[in-house]
Design a protein around this ligand. Structure first.
Ligand code: FRU
Length: 502
């Protein structure tokens, strides 16, 4: 009898014990110390995140809400997760802010501070304006600094449109016309609405140009000054066929009068915020206290977001970046730089000057680290292809390559040992950059599973997830068939923003 029992249920017991064992192994790694866990980028303690939402500054805190699925590491019924920061570098995780209700699950949206109580929820109420998955729009408010939330009883405040995609409202107070303005994605265009009270919205205009071959999502519009003039920048996330494949963000520069956006560039011109594969659904903070325009994106791409090889969590943000406008030979362009407060994480590892590189690999001795900031100025010589390798070991690494023949700055992340989802990643992608003999100025941030490259003072950005298995942590330079000179190199190790567990 007992033998039969053993035969029948033995395999089941073995299975249960293995599952329990596996679970124990997973949970025995302290949170924020798992393999590939970003150390100075925001990611939720566990489970799935996508878009940053409700970016607003209030009473000493930068709020970061985000698309969150608290029950799994794949996309599912959306909630708004929540974290706050006083410096945009260190984050405190807070309880879930918005949960699904009878109107649907909670998609992306924005938050404002209703200083003058236009909506009637109280002076200085924090008001979230978001989409339901049904593509209607809803409102919720908090009168305790975003800690607890009440849904507006009149939800939804805007019905769905005939187009199946109508979502991701970004709302702000438009000083010049003394009203609230909403920009929202509708199919393959952005629509503008205005309101006196955040609840009743009137259609003002619509705008479409550039990359219109895929659904538009998560728009944002904001002013930036250049040469004493105010210009308006419109960001739009597009779901497919971005330069690195899959989803990406385009931008427009022009004017906005409270009703209509007028594009400075021809309709066909497409400007990309980032030429890497992993910067999507980003928006900017309302009410930034120093008058800066600070952006943060989702460090991912819908093409493979559900399959990236992480364990207990899935998804992270890009570094917060300060945006500015710059004059270039091609016209006015958007440039970006990680916020200066990140310098508080630095430990200097060394500086080098006038290094001649003439081989296929020259390792920089004394530089090791999975979390590095690298500043490099490189004079191109006659070399055919040249650059550097981060997350380096003898077997693997991530290459940042300049190709004079292609006038491109590229990230090559095919060069990894990880199996599985990584194989679905596009192996290399690049940004157009014609150096024309000029020095390449690089600012690079390496974290456990990402590389962010800023070139020419942030005029070019390449953001990529890179699942290079530890311990790959070195740095090297290379120059194929010729020389380059590293005029200046500065490397810092960056501290983790997540405190060690007690
Ligand atoms: C963008 C997006 C939004 C939507 C949300 C759903 O990544 O598709 O358009 O509101 O994610 O999670």
């Amino acid at each position: 009898m007992s033998k039969i029992w053993l035969l029948m249920f033995g395999p089941v017991f073995v299975l249960i014990i293995s599952i329990v064992g596996l679970f124990a192994m997973q949970t025995s790694v302290p949170v924020y110390q798992e393999t590939f866990r970003p150390q100075y980028h925001f990611s939720p303690p566990e489970k799935w995140m996508n878009d940053p939402n409700g970016l607003v500054y209030f009473d000493g805190e930068y709020h970061l809400f985000y698309q969150y699925h608290p029950y799994d590491v794949i996309w599912g019924p959306m909630h708004w997760g929540h974290a706050v920061s006083t410096d945009l570098v260190h984050w405190e995780n807070l309880p879930i802010a918005l949960e699904p209700d009878d109107n649907g699950t909670i998609f992306s949206g924005s938050a404002v501070i209703d200083v003058n109580n236009t909506a009637g929820f109280g002076a200085n109420a924090m008001v979230a304006i978001y989409s339901y998955n049904t593509q209607t729009q809803g409102v919720a408010y908090s009168t305790d600094r975003g800690r607890t939330w009440t849904k507006y009883e009149g939800n939804p405040i805007m019905p769905a449109l005939a187009t199946p995609d109508f979502r991701d409202p970004k709302v702000f107070w438009h000083e010049e016309s003394g009203q609230w303005v909403m920009v929202i994605a509708a199919g393959r265009e952005a629509q503008f609405y205005t309101s006196p009270n955040l609840l009743d919205w009137t259609f003002a205009s619509s705008f479409a140009a550039g990359h219109i071959v895929a659904t538009w999502e998560v728009p944002d519009i904001f002013p930036l000054d250049i040469d004493g003039e105010t210009k308006w920048v419109l960001l739009v996330s597009v779901g497919a066929y971005a330069p690195a494949g899959g989803s990406g963000i385009q931008y427009f520069i022009g004017d906005f009068d409270g009703q209509t956006f007028t594009n400075d560039n021809p309709t066909g011109t497409t400007l990309w915020l980032d030429y890497g594969a992993d910067n999507y659904a980003g928006t900017t903070w309302n009410d930034e206290p120093d008058g800066e325009r600070i952006y943060i994106g989702w460090l991912n791409n819908w093409t493979y977001a559900n399959n990236i090889p992480t364990s207990t969590w899935r998804g992270a943000t890009t570094l917060p970046r300060t945006l500015r406008l710059v004059n270039t030979a091609e016209g006015v362009r958007l440039a970006q730089a990680p916020v200066a407060a990140l310098e508080s994480l630095r430990t200097p590892l060394g500086t080098w000057d006038d290094l001649t590189i003439s081989s296929t690999e020259q390792v920089i001795d004394g530089v090791t680290g999975r979390t590095l900031e690298i500043i490099a100025e490189i004079e191109p010589g006659e070399a055919e292809r040249w650059g550097l390798k981060v997350q380096r070991s003898d077997e693997t690494g991530t290459r940042i390559v300049y190709s004079p023949a292609r006038s491109s700055l590229l990230i090559g992340r095919g060069d990894t040992t990880s199996a599985g989802a990584i194989n679905r990643f596009s192996p290399a992608f690049g940004a157009p950059l014609d150096l024309n003999g000029e020095t390449l100025r690089l600012h690079i941030f390496v974290d456990e599973s990402s590389v962010e490259v800023f070139a020419q003072d942030g005029l070019v950005a390449l953001t990529a997830q890179t699942f290079v298995e530890p311990p790959a942590d070195g740095l090297s330079f290379f120059a194929d068939n010729g020389e380059i000179t590293v005029k200046h190199l500065e490397v810092y190790a960056l501290d983790s923003i997540w405190s060690a567990p007690e």
